[in-house]
Write a protein that binds this ligand. Sequence first.
Ligand SMILES: Nc1ncnc2c1ncn2[C@@H]1O[C@H](COP(=O)(O)OP(=O)(O)OP(=O)(O)O)[C@@H](O)[C@H]1O
Ligand SMILES: [Mg+2]
Length: 463
Amino acid sequence: MQLPRLLLTTTFRLALIYLGLFLILVLFLLGFVYWTTSGVADRQIDDTIEAEITGLAEQYRLRGLGGLSDVVAERSRNQRYSLYLLTGPGGFALAGNLNAWPDAQSGAAKPDAAGWFDFSYRRPVAGDFETHRARARHLLLGNDFDLLVGRDVEERHRIDQVLRASIAWAVALTLGLGLLGGIVFSRNVLRRIEAITRASRDIMAGDLRRRLPRSGSDDEIDRLAGSLNDMLEEIERLVTSMREVTDNIAHDLRSPLTRLRNRIEVTLLKEASPAEYRAALDETVAEVAGLLDTFNGLLAIARAEAGRPEGTPEPFDLSAAVNDMVELYAPVAEEKALSLTGDVVAGLTLMGFRQLMSQALGNLIDNAIKYTPEGGTISVTLNRGELIVADSGPGIPEADRDRVLDRFVRLEASRNSPGSGLGLSLVRAVARLHGAELILEDNNPGLRVILRFAPDSLDGAPR
Ligand SMILES: Nc1ncnc2c1ncn2[C@@H]1O[C@H](COP(=O)(O)OP(=O)(O)OP(=O)(O)O)[C@@H](O)[C@H]1O
Ligand SMILES: [Mg+2]
């Protein structure tokens, strides 16, 4: 993973923005701490010098130059950090622990209005000399006498340096750790996005079974991948069903079409009477009508499966639709000496496609009538959650119950009865379209087909 791409990620940019804000805060805080501590120390030094000057001025007032000179000499002996110098006319040193008045050479600037100035001086330390920084105040005593009272600020200066270095380190560390964190985070995100990109490429290359990887953390990337996977699931289902339809057309419609062509060719081979031609044409028309039915059936199933059937979904009276179908098939059932009964809860409304639902129910009743031997019973039941068609026929073996829902699947047992094997496929597509579960059960004896609607999808008057 190259670095520049990493730096372009949104995560990294966000991390940078946060880092910037954090850095400003850190700088502000440390700066505040520095200026307060350092400022307090500076003020303390000035206060000490000030106090000493006041004391010495008092001595001068009380005891004159000689007294002041004694006190300065006395203090110069004991004090470690205090600096004194009393000079007479011509800058001649009278007392103190400084040899000479600090000049420009020792870095001393001109004293400010109150007489304060900074300088450096050479201090004897363990038999050697060290250059130390100092701060002092200059007091004019009159008659060309001058007094300097100061303090060695070398130690204070070193502490200051340590403080500054600590601040610099803290800032550098914040910056370094922040950048590192940003890189690690963006790398993590980038890696996951790249995994998703790779998976998408595989899917685009035709691997429709592939799904986007999820980390299991259920964060926003995971949830996005989850929704995309749901979408892929749906797309795969649709593509598979489309592929099945084209396969079906190729395989199952080719033989009837071939048969049709053969019959026409055979008829054309020899001279025949008009009556014979008519008969052949009649057969051809019947066959074409069958083919058209199959085509329309396939189309209806494909559209229902794709969720785009003809018409718009609207609420309709399911109870009435079921009663209509039972009534419609009553004569056919009677003809075969079957008892067809309806047990329908009135006034149930379903949101969906009435025409398709009726067609699906018709297919189920048609199957029951077709496959149940004479004298059997068929019952159609609609309650608040289910639509059930049950018969007393041979039923479908458990092993075949999934398979019969596919297009063109007909069981061996029904070879002699007419049909194309599309009836249950449409039922399945219509059930799914209406959010209902399709269940095939043993009716002991016979088959029981249940359309179980989602809870509350059937509206109706209270029981
Ligand atoms: N009530 C039933 N009892 C016994 N077998 C059934 C019943 N319903 C369906 N089957 C079996 O399931 C197969 C598929 O049924 P389906 O309705 O899809 O097709 P079909 O009835 O053969 O043809 P079509 O409905 O397209 O005219 C049937 O061929 C039959 O073998
Ligand atoms: Mg059928």
